[in-house]
Design a protein around this ligand. Sequence first.
Ligand SMILES: [Zn+2]
Length: 349
Amino acid sequence: MTAAPADAPLTYPFEHPPEEGATIEVADGIFWASLPVPFVGLRQVNIWLLRDGPGWTMIDTGHGDPTTRMRLEHLFATVLHGRPVTRLILTHFHPDHAGNSGFVAERWGGLLPLMSQAEWFAANLAVRDAYTDSIEDREVFHQLHGLDPERAGRFRRDVLLYSAGVRLPPAFERLIEGDRVSIDGVQWQAIRGGGHSPEHMSLWCADRRILIAGDQILPTITTNVSVWQTEPLGDPLAQFLDACHRFEKIISPDALILPSHRRPFHGVRARLHALLTHHQARLDLVADGCAEPRAAGELLNLMFDRPLDGHQVGFAMGEALAHLNHLVGLGVLDRLPVEAGVQRFVRRL
Ligand SMILES: [Zn+2]
C-alpha cells in the first residue's frame, strides 16, 4: 500500500450508502448503516457497529422515531449474529445521534452510553425544552438579530423540537478527551472536536488509521457552527477552526474517515483545508457585507443563496452570528449598541 500524498483529493471507497436494512463492512469488523432523519438538508445519518469480542460496540443511535427504531431492531436481528450490543458510544448530543440512546441502552440491559460530560448535560437540558431548545428564547434572540417576520414565521412553523426526537437513558459513563477505549483489543482514542456541539468526541484508531469523525469532519456538506441564545457572545467558529488544525496534526493523511453524514472517504488533509478555506471565504463575505451596519438576519440573503425551510432558518441565523462574532473577536467588526431592538455589526474603519 502506498501512502496518499498529504493533500490528495477526496476519494470515496464506497459508491453508495448501504441499502435500507443492510450494512456495508467498511473495514474488518466495522459495519456502516444509514438511517433516515427528518431534517430536510441532512437526509440521513450514519451509525457504526464494531465487532467487539463476544459483543458489539455501537456508535450513535439515529433520530428517535418509531421508523428508526424499527430499522435498528432489524439491524440487531440481522447484523449482530446473535451477539449483544455491549457498549454504546455517543459522539454528541444532537437528536440524530442521541435520539435512540434511551431505547438502545434499555434494549441491551441498561447500557451506560459513553459520552463526554458536556454533551450529557446538554442533552438533559435540551430534552426538557431548555438550553438551546427553548423555542421562545430562540425567537426572542432571532428578533434581536433582525430576522424578518416571514422567516420568523417559517421558523415557528417548521422547527423540530429536540424533545420530540430524543429519549435519554437515566445515566451515562463519562468519556474524557484522550481516553483510550479498547474495542476488540484495539485502542481507539477520544478526540475532542469544537464548534459544532459543546464537547463533541471523535474516535481515532492510530493502529488502523481510521477516524470515526462524528459531525466534526463531513465530506460535501459543512458542519453546522452556530451561536445559540444561551451563549450570545460565543465564538464557536474559533473552536471549529482550532479543531481543524488539531485534527490535521493528529490524523494520518491516509486515514479512512467515517463521517456521520454522507460517505466514508480518504483525503482528510484536503477536506480540512477545504473547510478552512470555506470559512475564510464566508468571513470575507460577511465582513464586506458589514460595510454598512447589518444584523445577522439582514445577511441571510447574502450568505445563503438556497431556499431555507424554517428549521434551517434557525441554523442559518446561528451560522451568520458565528461568523459575525468571530469577526468581532478578530477586530474586523464592531458590535453596535442595540438600536430599536436590533443588534447590528459594522466594519471597523
Ligand atoms: Zn450534530
